[in-house]
Design a protein around this ligand. Structure first.
Ligand SMILES: Cc1cc2nc3c(=O)[nH]c(=O)nc-3n(C[C@H](O)[C@H](O)[C@H](O)COP(=O)(O)OP(=O)(O)OC[C@H]3O[C@@H](n4cnc5c(N)ncnc54)[C@H](O)[C@@H]3O)c2cc1C
Length: 484
């Protein structure tokens, strides 16, 4: 029986798992999807916010600021792609200047370092592609960009190295408090018992909480759609560019990504469907119009894909983090919408300390604090590449041409723990299929490697979840006869 069960393997669950693995505890993460980072953590703006947006005194403000400060150390220890490139919230002619000043005041109260207002001349010098009627901006040098997949996988792998177990494809369906411990039931006949439970279930965190508590929470999801542009557009802006925030979110962002693409979005649309991560022409049009208005001739012809993420908005508006009042030993992370990615490292530390304190667990002496990422052939010098290929020729066999990803990297992604078991799992870990052709070329070759490494028939290889077989299980001859 594990001491602690964490429900959800998004960035929050994995950050907590890693922090908690510093203590002498038996820990298990239960995830309904087939991999880590399959929920909101895979579909967001990929920003480490500076922390001026949330109300002073709120948990959002506190954990955003603390999480932001932890990122340099974490990036070094866990080999996470992270760049502190700074952000501008831009004021255009006709915008309400007092709203920008309000953000500045809030940022100062929250403790954001280096925050300052800049005027038109400096803004246009730093960002020549911003629209002519941009007249001022709030500059936050501590804002950064990160790879959210890499960050989540890094937490999970390091947690795994330190003894945390991950159980995938298992949806928690019921939790019962029995004599001071929790009986957790899941898909099929899954059952386990734990002394403590951590609810990190993203858009379902209210449902998980409501299984054990009489104080009910209610999450309404807000969808945000994005365009991702090719690397040819990656240098169009030098910083993260925001418009003024509104009641539904932080406004539309244009930002370089750590991998050299350009991301634009999101809009915000309330939806009752917690699985609906489709994009619609209407929502994408809003993004397009906003970008066209804010930038000079934005290179939107370079769009390579679009995607959407779901904000876990709880009615009370702030993060809800801590031990549940009427369920001792049950710890909530509810309503972790933006800035949840930025806050995750600090939430991890806070929740791990609470849980370890509750269970009276001490720190381990043999905690391994570092993790090495998968070698990136495309970033190596000619000599380094040759040396790697001499050691293992699979690093010389390029599978994804757009991103220059080798067979060796894909094998590494599959053999890691927790490792990739699907095409999307490979894509999130090493970017095979993330490039300009969006997996048009490398899919069959990556499928062959997955089948070989996982020792499964080619027809069992999946794109992501259970209903995503790449080779449909149908008799084509029969279909053909039916259509005649
Ligand atoms: C459009 C958009 C833009 C954003 N941009 C940013 C940004 O730039 N910077 C920032 O800091 N934040 C941003 N955020 C917020 C950030 O992405 C989230 O706060 C963060 O990813 C939440 O992580 P999580 O682990 O709580 O949730 P998730 O990543 O959703 O993980 C929850 C996990 O729980 C699992 N789960 C759910 N129910 C069950 C169950 N019954 N049994 C087992 N498993 C279950 C899910 O499958 C999922 O994997 C953005 C969010 C959105 C939607």
């Amino acid at each position: 029986m594990p001491d602690v069960v964490i429900i959800g393997a998004g960035v929050v669950g994995c950050a907590i798992a890693r922090e908690l693995s510093k203590y002498s505890l038996d820990i298990c993460v239960i995830e309904k999807s087939e991999d880590v980072c399959c929920g909101t953590s895979k579909a967001n703006s990929a920003l480490i916010h500076a922390g001026y947006d949330a109300a002073p005194g709120s948990l959002k403000a506190r954990f955003n600021i603390e999480g932001n400060k932890m990122m340099d150390r974490l990036a070094a220890d866990l080999d996470i792609h992270f760049k502190r490139i700074g952000s501008y919230v831009v004021l255009f002619e006709g915008d309400d200047r007092s709203k920008l000043e309000e953000l500045y005041e809030r940022g100062i109260k929250n403790g954001v370092e280096g925050l300052r207002m800049i005027e038109k001349e400096e803004l246009h010098e730093k960002e020549p592609n911003i629209a002519e009627d941009a007249i001022a901006a709030l500059y936050a040098p501590s804002a950064g960009i990160v790879c959210p997949f890499g960050m989540t996988s890094a937490f999970a792998e390091n947690a795994c190295t330190n003894g945390v177990k991950f159980i995938f494809d298992t949806k928690v369906t019921d939790i019962v408090n029995k004599d001071g411990s929790y009986e957790i039931s899941g898909d099929g006949a899954f059952k386990t018992t734990a002394k403590a439970v951590i609810n990190a279930a993203g858009v379902y965190s209210d449902k998980i909480h409501n299984m054990v508590s009489s104080r009910k929470y209610n999450i309404r999801t807000r969808r945000g759609c994005y365009y991702l542009l090719d690397k040819s557009a990656g240098n169009f802006v030098n910083h993260i560019i925001f418009t003024l925030p509104n009641a539904m979110g932080k406004g539309i962002v244009t930002s370089p990504t750590v991998h050299g693409n350009l991301i634009v979005g999101p809009d915000a649309l309330e939806t009752d469907d917690r699985e609906s991560t489709c994009t619609t022409a209407e929502e994408l049009d809003k993004v397009r119009m906003c970008v066209n208005r804010n930038l000079k001739n934005p290179p939107l012809k370079a769009v390579i894909t679009s995607f959407a993420g779901l904000r876990a908005h709880e009615e009370n508006g702030d993060f809800i983090i801590g031990e549940c009042e009427d369920a001792p030993g049950f710890f909530d992370c509810v309503g972790i919408e933006s800035p949840g990615l930025s806050a995750a490292p600090a939430i991890g530390v806070y929740v791990a300390e609470l849980v370890a304190g509750k269970l009276g667990a001490g720190k381990k002496e043999n905690f391994i604090s570092t993790r090495k990422g998968i070698p990136e052939v495309s970033k190596l010098s000619f000599e380094e590449r040759n040396a790697l290929i001499a050691r293992n020729p699979a690093y010389g066999n390029i599978i994804c041409r757009c991103e220059t990803i080798s067979e060796g990297e894909i094998i590494d992604a599959i053999r890691r723990r927790p490792g990739a078991t699907t095409l999307d799992g490979v894509k999130r870990r090493v970017r095979a299929g993330m490039g300009r052709c969006q997996a048009g070329f490398c899919t069959p070759r990556t499928m062959e490697i997955l089948a070989r490494e996982l020792d499964i028939p080619l027809k069992s290889v999946r794109k992501s979840g259970p209903d995503s077989l790449m080779i449909p299980n149908i008799d084509l001859n029969e279909k053909f006869r039916q259509s005649e």
